[in-house]
Design a binder for this molecule. Structure first.
Ligand SMILES: Nc1ncnc2c1ncn2[C@@H]1O[C@H](COP(=O)(O)OP(=O)(O)OP(=O)(O)O)[C@@H](O)[C@H]1O
Ligand SMILES: [Mg+2]
Length: 235
């Protein structure tokens, strides 16, 4: 097992947002986390990254608890995170943004950069440009590239599709699948994306801070309630 979350509860001050959430990602798996606005997907990913402290429950990665760590220590354990909204450094160049993703003492920085550029040739062509001048899709690629600079074994992706055309989202998903084939486990949070379900074998549906269903993605895609509530498809 790669990531295992058990009975997690997370609160912002006195407002409890996650209730008894359990979820796992096996080694090499792509798993989707689907839920409407405000369901708690980002809160779950931030809890894994130790950006938010949680009170109850456990998060275990590769057999070791992540409790009490700081975000950079979670990254050092092998998990990388692409936040909602990308959060690039807008005035820095594409290459500088990518370098920021690498650990401080990094002996193979150039080869890590090369791997990102070969995954995203569109980004390579723009490496000296400031990040703010890139298209939304290119910025998303840089955000993923920056996360990959840590050479993670697990990648958490928050709302990759945001602001992207279906065609560009497709390009980005191709790169995610390619990354997965290199052995990186993936947890993909999306509001309503049939495509996300199609690239994952298993999925969890989150509703008001709880996991309301889970199962094989293909079965969830065929479930009329899920189709209507989460994929916006009325049969
Ligand atoms: N910093 C915060 N302080 C207080 N409440 C917060 C904070 N961040 C999120 N929340 C609340 O927690 C709940 C879950 O939010 P979260 O961002 O995790 O949902 P989400 O599933 O990622 O939604 P979206 O699809 O819109 O990104 C919401 O009710 C939100 O208002
Ligand atoms: Mg969110």
């Amino acid at each position: 097992m790669s990531l295992s979350i058990n009975s997690l509860s997370t609160s912002y001050a006195n407002l409890q947002v996650l209730w008894d959430v359990s979820l796992h990602v096996d080694k090499g798996e792509v798993v989707s986390l689907i839920g409407a606005n405000g369901a708690g997907k980002s809160t779950l990913l931030k809890s894994i990254m130790a950006i938010i402290r949680y009170r109850n429950g456990s998060i275990v990665f590769e057999g070791q608890s992540l409790k009490g760590l700081y975000p950079h220590q979670v990254v050092a354990r092998g998990i990388a995170y692409v936040p909602e909204g990308r959060r690039l450094f807008p005035s820095m160049s594409v290459e500088e943004n990518l370098r920021m993703g690498a650990p401080r003492k990094c002996e193979d920085l150039d080869s890590r950069l090369d791997s990102v550029f070969s995954l995203f040739p569109a980004v390579n062509a723009r490496k000296k440009q400031s990040a703010s001048t890139l298209s939304g899709g290119e910025q998303q690629m840089v955000a993923i590239g920056r996360a990959l600079m840590t050479k993670p074994r697990m990648l958490l992706l928050d709302e990759l599709s945001f602001g992207l055309s279906p065609k560009v989202f497709e390009r980005v998903l191709d790169a995610i699948e390619e990354t997965n084939h290199l052995g990186v486990s993936i947890l993909l949070a999306e509001q309503n994306s049939e495509r996300a379900l199609e690239v994952s074998k298993r999925a969890y549906i989150m509703e008001n801070g709880r996991i309301s269903s889970e199962g094989k993605s293909q079965e969830l895609i065929n479930d009329s309630r899920v189709r209507e509530a989460y994929l916006g498809i009325v049969d």
